[in-house]
Design a protein around this ligand. Structure first.
Ligand SMILES: NC(=O)c1ccc[n+]([C@@H]2O[C@H](COP(=O)([O-])OP(=O)(O)OC[C@H]3O[C@@H](n4cnc5c(N)ncnc54)[C@H](OP(=O)(O)O)[C@@H]3O)[C@@H](O)[C@H]2O)c1
Length: 243
């Protein structure tokens, strides 16, 4: 498969390494910092992999999707524009696969979270809350993964109605889930969910050891999207469901 990279920062470089190790070719690298970077044959790309950032992702995706391309997007913090981006895919005949977290482990963790939240819903003795930790260069907060985890808990716990991501300045109601963010050092990513009662705590935690797991997951997603005949908008859940 021929891959075009949009964004050649920490993640873009890791995707390149992971893609080459799986015998894929990199045919284009699009990044404003690399004016004359070779290779530059974007027309040969079967799939583009986008890792730029919250402020640039939606515009990049719209351009590629309107041109009928297949794109895997790892950038986070742009999801309020998902409808607009999906409309561009429909209009141009492109396909999008996006995920706030391409780690295979996190996508399995999502299933564990849904199952646990469903179990604890029946026992009002247990409250639920969470936190995430990332390196101090991360541009968005809360993480996209934290938002997904919170949405999954809401979907499975009928007694919880909303999520509060910011600092708590008032007493929270029983229907609220609090999910906090910490930015410090070089942490690749920690997401923790706690079910807490007067008697005990059950903590579900995913700890990323490095960024390699994200890059590998993004390449596996690109392979899946390359094979997928029907055009559309997909997430990593579609990939995990198939493998
Ligand atoms: N989904 C996941 O599994 C996952 C995992 C890790 C990270 N992420 C997300 O991926 C994104 C990138 O992370 P990163 O650590 O790789 O960031 P990074 O090291 O800052 O890399 C981003 C790169 O994209 C370039 N860029 C900026 N605007 C661009 C544009 N319009 N077109 C093409 N390239 C552009 C940047 O260039 P300049 O430096 O010149 O601006 C930079 O080289 C973030 O949103 C992060 O949260 C997602």
């Amino acid at each position: 498969m021929n891959i075009g990279l949009i964004g050649y920062g920490k993640m873009g470089k890791m995707v390149e390494e992971s893609a080459r190790s799986r015998n894929h070719a990199i045919v284009a690298i699009l990044d404003p910092a690399l004016k004359t970077r070779e290779p530059h044959e974007p027309e040969k790309a079967d799939v583009f992999v986008e890792f730029t950032g919250p402020g640039t992702a939606a515009a990049n995706l719209k351009t590629a999707l309107e041109a009928g391309k297949k794109v895997v997007c790892g950038s986070t913090g742009w999801y309020d524009r998902l409808d607009e981006v999906s409309a561009a895919a429909k209009k141009g005949g492109g396909s999008l696969l996006w995920s706030s977290n391409f780690s295979l482990g996190v996508n399995l963790f999502y299933r564990i979270v849904s199952c646990a939240a469903g179990l604890f819903d029946k026992f009002g003795e247990y409250d639920v809350g969470g936190f995430e930790v990332h390196h101090n260069k991360k541009a968005d907060s809360p993480s996209g993964t934290a938002k997904t985890i919170a949405a999954l808990v809401l979907a499975s716990m009928t007694r919880k109605k909303k999520v509060y991501f910011k600092d708590v300045q008032e007493k929270l109601g029983d229907e609220v889930i609090h999910f906090a963010s910490l930015r410090s050092g070089a942490v690749p990513g920690v997401h923790s969910l706690l079910f807490d009662s007067a008697a005990d705590t059950i903590e579900l935690r995913h700890t990323a050891r490095s960024r390699e797991g994200f890059a590998l997951g993004a390449v596996i997603a690109a392979e899946w999207l390359y094979e997928k005949k029907e055009r559309g908008v997909y997430t990593m859940e579609d990939v995990v469901g198939m493998t």
